[in-house]
Design a protein around this ligand. Structure first.
Ligand SMILES: C[S@@+](CC[C@H](N)C(=O)[O-])C[C@H]1O[C@@H](n2cnc3c(N)ncnc32)[C@H](O)[C@@H]1O
Length: 276
């Protein structure tokens, strides 16, 4: 049983390192997620677990990576929230497919909290389709980052369940996946432009590797942060964009009271935020 003091100590530690905030009515959630870690390490109290995290121990080297794996919620799927993907398509068509036969520099797209990769790979499929329909080569790189090593490993494997691709067109399933034992392995032509890496949105220093972005997707992660962290993250994402670049956040998320720096652009069923 986690005491109130243990909850507060661990809650503050998780918040400081990841930005994820567990309110007091979510103590049971933090407790159930950390219980497995205690069992695995053979520890008898949450206080001992905190000391492992804070000061390390032979048994618990890199325990912080395991902590990130268990405190994060990684729900995602291919073709999640179609209006945002339609807006993405319109933005690419309008800004980069204006009839000119060659695009000088690759378009830089960032899936900043990519979980198991479905969001980044969805954007890659959309780019591949746009190139085929317009018969134009559009060089692009999609950066896919997350704080959880476990989901990043899974993103790199790129083998997905039926559930994960439930909203994917049948024709895309056939074209971009190889089915094996009821699992769907993504083909190399979708993977080749997606670069997967660890990145903690709380770490100001790592944003310097993600500059000059044309479009940033940061969906369904701000909800786990409090306003202070949301403001800091959104400010850093703003700096990561090129002038006139676009930010997309989750459809249930809002920049109200978080940032006034962006210009909202209304698309059917969604809003994209443009850097001034
Ligand atoms: C619910 S998933 C969203 C996945 C995808 N963007 C989508 O909308 O389908 C949230 C992801 O945010 C990641 N995350 C949480 N805190 C983070 C942080 N501080 N830095 C980077 N990623 C973080 C989690 O590991 C998780 O994979």
């Amino acid at each position: 049983m986690m005491t109130k003091e243990e909850f507060i100590t661990l809650r503050d530690f998780v918040y400081e390192k990841s930005g994820i905030f567990f309110a007091e009515n979510k103590a049971y959630l933090l407790e159930s997620r950390l219980t497995n870690r205690l069992d695995e390490l053979g520890l008898s109290s949450f206080e001992d677990y905190y000391y492992c995290l804070k000061y390390g121990s032979d048994k618990a080297k890199n325990e912080i990576a395991n902590l990130f794996d268990v405190v994060t919620t990684n729900e995602t799927s291919f073709f999640r929230n179609p209006p945002q993907l339609d807006a993405f398509k319109i933005l690419i068509q309008k800004n980069y497919l204006n009839g000119s036969s060659s695009i000088a520099a690759p378009i830089r797209i960032w899936s900043a909290a990519c979980s198991t990769g479905e969001e980044a790979y969805t954007l890659a499929i959309i780019m591949e389709e746009l190139m085929q329909t317009t018969k134009q080569n559009i060089p692009y790189t999609i950066y896919a980052t997350d704080i959880s090593q476990k989901v990043l490993e899974s993103a790199k494997r790129a083998v997905f369940s039926q559930y994960s691709i439930r909203n994917t067109d049948e024709s895309f399933k056939k074209k971009y996946f190889a089915e094996e034992n009821n699992m769907f392995k993504l083909k190399e032509n979708v993977k080749k432009n997606v670069k997967i890496d660890f990145m903690n949105l709380m770490d100001e220093n790592t944003y310097r590797s993600y500059k000059q972005m044309d479009i940033v997707f940061c969906r369904n992660v701000l909800i786990y942060f409090d306003d202070k962290v949301k403001k800091k993250v959104v400010e850093n994402l703003y700096e990561s964009l090129k002038p006139k670049g676009f930010l997309t956040i989750g459809h249930a998320e809002s920049l109200h009271n978080i940032s006034r720096a962006f210009k909202p652009f209304v698309f059917p069923g969604t809003i994209a935020y443009q850097k001034g």
